[in-house]
Design a protein around this ligand. Sequence first.
Ligand SMILES: Cc1ncc(COP(=O)(O)O)c(C=O)c1O
Length: 374
Amino acid sequence: MQLFDVYSLFDVTPVRAQGCRIWDDKGVEYLDLYGGHAVISIGHSHPHYLEALKSQVDKIGFYSNSVQNPLQKELAARLGRISGYEDYSLFLDNSGAESNENALKLASFATGRGKVIAFRKSFHGRTSGAVAVTDNPKIVSPFNANHKVSFCDLNDVEAVEKQLMKGDVAAVIIEGIQGCGGINIPDDEFMAQLRSLTQKYGTMLILDEVQSGYGRTGKFFAHQWAGIRPDIISMGKGIANGFPCGGVLISPEFKAVKGMLGTTFGGNYLAMAAALAVIDIMEEERLVENALEVGTFLKENMPSSPLVKDVRGRGLMLGIEFNCPVAEIRQKLLFEKHIFTGVAGTDMIRLLAPLCLSEAQATHFINEFKNVIQ
Ligand SMILES: Cc1ncc(COP(=O)(O)O)c(C=O)c1O
């Protein structure tokens, strides 16, 4: 049997990783400014994280959501404290798309409505509802296209209100910062207006923090830069540093009903051990602060070039927009300079480094990047 061939692969085989460094099967060392697509939050192979997973698997690896699991309660309490959402509840699942699926379902249950407003250039995942609110027709099958979704331009408050006024909108879903769509930051004022308009029209505001959350932008969630509190926050990626895990933070206005949400694997012991170790390390090593400090350093010291149109983002969620395709630059960074980076679209290099990136590693990137583009 062969693999279903849906991914474009680089010819690199990582076999070992530590902090922000990766080694391939030929012993070549790479600097990781991609974090496995924003997943590696605390760095690769942190000893405390490894120990937490190893000791948990020695005790019990899995049972089900029909018995008590104190690790889930501990994670809810710790996450509430570190994020500033102690009064919210936590539902645990397995991925970013599943978190958005649960968020949309909750909003629809609570309002009794079926329509959703999303934004142009959004990405929310590939499952049925999540892909329907994603602005990329290429990945939406006819089966997914039956959801009731309207897309508005980011920051266009009038377009949003026009839809909300119809009174049939269950939710507005928005990324804290658009990732796949090209590091687009919603204006703080727009976020505040979205918050008050959704309240006015009885619509739920869902913040997709799957990529922009968990400390990446220098606050626990990117929307906290705008000082708003949404009704639902979806999470994934960095929550367990690569152990599959997702979750939804749910405001106290929602009433849980037995059976309304559920999953087999969500909240399992190993995911919880991983997620708790992530919070330990984030607190101990001040990684949210580090993301802001080193991210700001990177942004301020990015080499200028006539090829570079814009550098934007917050913390360690950065996009370098070129006025030409970047595929060759990314190839050079990887194969000549041994640095992993990401892209968004064809013209943007996207940096999503582990939150433990040091200033020395950022400087190394800046110097090598300069050599490649100048
Ligand atoms: C903002 C956002 N939401 C949702 C997802 C989907 O997450 P997952 O691939 O874990 O389902 C992603 C993945 O890139 C994302 O960036």
